[in-house]
Design a protein around this ligand. Structure first.
Ligand SMILES: NC(=O)c1ccc[n+]([C@@H]2O[C@H](COP(=O)([O-])OP(=O)(O)OC[C@H]3O[C@@H](n4cnc5c(N)ncnc54)[C@H](O)[C@@H]3O)[C@@H](O)[C@H]2O)c1
Ligand SMILES: O=P(O)(O)OC[C@H](O)CO
Length: 324
């Protein structure tokens, strides 16, 4: 049995992929209306509208129902991972596949570090890459990074999770996979601002490429490998998320660029835009590592309420420097 912890768009899409591949899937959702909709109508209109779900997905509000699963896809948002996992019945040490993209506020911890603290003894892997949930749930072709420090566990997981149109690529660089996914969300907000402010396609390409330089600097300083950061979970996801308003992070940036206050946009939203929480934490982590990340800093400043034109002006007036 495979357990899915989190009934948002991504947890539901992953449950669909696993169920379609013949797995017995238990999906834990926090919202009673999601549990009822998945079980009664095989749909999740709250988080993944317009997708007919496989009737083999069984949703539950009771985490005890997941206890028999040997593999857990953990899909709670980054800022809630600690609380959700702390309540989970994992004493039998299932494999935890961490699917959130972010850095924890306060601790500056990556998701694998949080899991190691909260669920000691559980083998951990990270699943991250260019994967809009709606496309994955509809069975469209997708490739993704599966990162696991234990090569035997990783190889078994890749076989277990792979489907004809869902292709995991294995690496042992867990930090690299995590950093790519966390940083690209912040950069997608920046790209959205460029689009919302109508600054043009040249500016968007500049943000993607200079933003990638920031991801690379920070990742390498934290021990990630360049091949991971240029792979699916890094550059691949950056290109996807900076190229489509299907992205919640990018569309948040578009609205900020159009002049809507970030605080209004973030108040009371039901879906996550992980980059908003990650931006200030990333800056603190970058400072602790001695790495400069001016575009990510600009995003954090905007989210704090700075005027869009002031932030853009500050980025454009930075000293000229060499590209490398
Ligand atoms: N949606 C995608 O296309 C996609 C793809 C890949 C990775 N991800 C990542 O997956 C993670 C989950 O995103 P999503 O898109 O499934 O979420 P979502 O925006 O669809 O839904 C919000 C989720 O947050 C949960 N939540 C809200 N408040 C909570 C709380 N206090 N405690 C615990 N959980 C709470 C809700 O139950 C729900 O599962 C994020 O880190 C996201 O970056 C999303
Ligand atoms: O909608 P976003 O911005 O959270 O992006 C979703 C996925 O992370 C894309 O890979």
């Amino acid at each position: 049995m495979i357990a899915v912890l989190g009934g948002g768009a991504w947890g539901t899409a992953l449950a669909q992929v696993m169920a379609r591949g013949g797995e017995d899937v238990r999906l834990w959702a926090r919202e009673p209306e999601v549990v009822a909709a998945v079980n009664d109508t095989h749909a999740n209109p709250l988080f993944l509208p317009d997708v007919a779900l496989d009737p083999r997905i069984v949703a539950t509000a009771d985490m005890a129902a997941l206890a028999k699963a040997d593999v857990w896809l953990v899909v709670a948002p980054a800022q809630h991972l600690r609380t959700v996992l702390a309540a989970a019945p994992v004493a039998h040490h299932p494999i935890l596949v961490l699917c959130a993209k972010g850095i924890e506020t306060g601790t500056l911890a990556l998701m694998a570090e949080v899991a190691a603290e909260v669920a000691p003894g559980c083998p951990v892997a990270v699943l991250s890459g260019p994967t809009f949930a709606g496309e994955v749930a509809r069975g469209l072709p997708t490739a993704i990074t599966l990162a696991c420090a234990d090569s035997d566990v990783g190889a078994a997981l890749v076989k277990r999770l792979a489907r004809p149109a869902f292709r995991p690529y294995l690496t042992d660089d867990v930090t690299g996979a995590e950093i790519g996914g966390a940083v690209k969300n912040v950069l997608a907000i920046a790209c959205g601002v460029v689009v919302g402010r109508k600054l043009g396609e040249n500016a968007r390409a500049a943000i993607i490429s200079r933003g990638f330089a920031e991801m690379l600097r920070f990742g390498l300083a934290r021990g990630a490998r360049a091949e991971t950061l240029t792979g699916l979970s890094g550059l691949g996801d950056l290109v996807l998320t900076c190229g489509s308003v299907q992205s919640r992070n990018m569309s948040l940036g578009v609205a900020i660029g159009e002049g809507q206050p970030a605080s209004d946009l973030l108040a009371n939203r039901r879906t996550v835009a992980e980059g908003a929480a990650t931006a200030p934490v990333l800056l603190a982590a970058a400072a602790a590592t001695g790495v400069e990340m001016p575009i990510c800093a600009g995003v954090a400043t905007l989210l704090g309420g700075a005027a869009v034109d002031t932030v853009i002006g500050a980025l454009l007036s930075r000293p000229l420097r060499s590209e490398g």
